[in-house]
Design a protein around this ligand. Structure first.
Ligand SMILES: [Zn+2]
Length: 244
């Protein structure tokens, strides 16, 4: 991707193309200018370095379930903002839940100019906790407002750490605010309600994030389960209630 600092062949790095139309000079923004804005917006979304190049093309859809999950993610990105709810991507580690979430985020930032934010669950909880300390050098509002206001929020690794109930309350209020403002949230988790189905995690999502937050998430998101190669033989004969 070009930037204004690297010299652009079309505009010489100024970001503008000058033309003489009927004897008068006119300036048009060069395409590198919009690319730079998109790149800055993507940087502002704070996607971790290792997920920055994740897209739909380089997603490894090794099973029919994963191919289906990718299609759902792609359709979601195409339909946005005409979507009813966000997505809750669940399944074992290593199948690409974060990859799909970040692919959607990048796609929407780059093609639709969406203001989006990535948040690692444990990291966000730590930020919340720190901001509530009496000696905190940042205000609660300055920490929480960007997450409440981002058009699209990716909340990654839900349940990865087990927070104090009061921190969960703050997070609940944050997601509730997003819900009331009809802002879309995409979450990922290794923890599922049907714990036997795939994840190998003994605890359920509800055990990790509490009933209230889990219920709110289910109202805000469509559940999409990612399943790997071992899935079918593992659950053979087991009744699975998820959609995919
Ligand atoms: Zn240019």
């Amino acid at each position: 991707m070009e930037s204004l600092s690297a010299t652009c062949a079309r505009c010489g790095g100024t970001g503008w193309i000058l033309e003489a139309v009927e004897g008068r000079k006119q300036a048009h923004p060069c395409s590198c200018r919009t690319q730079t804005i998109a790149k800055e917006r993507l940087e502002a979304a704070r996607i971790p370095e290792r997920y920055r190049d994740d897209n739909f093309t380089n997603f490894n859809d090794q099973t029919p379930e994963l191919a289906r999950a990718k299609e759902i993610a792609r359709e979601f990105a195409e339909s946005y903002p005409a979507v009813e709810s966000g997505l809750l991507l669940v399944g074992p580690a290593g199948l690409g839940k974060t990859h799909l979430a970040c692919a959607i985020l990048s796609e929407l930032v780059l093609t639709k100019g969406v203001s989006a934010l990535y948040a690692d669950f444990s990291d966000l909880l730590l930020r919340i906790q720190t901001s509530f300390r009496p000696d905190a050098d940042v205000s609660k509002e300055s920490v929480l407002t960007p997450y409440a206001e981002a058009e699209l929020l990716v909340l990654d690794e839900l349940g990865a750490s087990k927070p104090h109930p009061w921190v969960l309350d703050v997070l609940y209020n944050l997601l509730n605010t997003r819900y009331n403002r009809k802002r879309i949230t995409i979450a990922t988790s290794n923890f599922e309600d049907d714990a036997a189905a795939a994840s190998g995690e003994r605890e359920k999502l509800e055990d990790r994030i509490g009933y209230r937050l889990r219920s709110r998430l289910y109202e805000m998101c469509t559940l999409v389960a990612l399943r790997g190669k071992d899935y079918r033989k593992e659950i053979l004969g087991t009744h699975v209630r998820s959609r995919f």
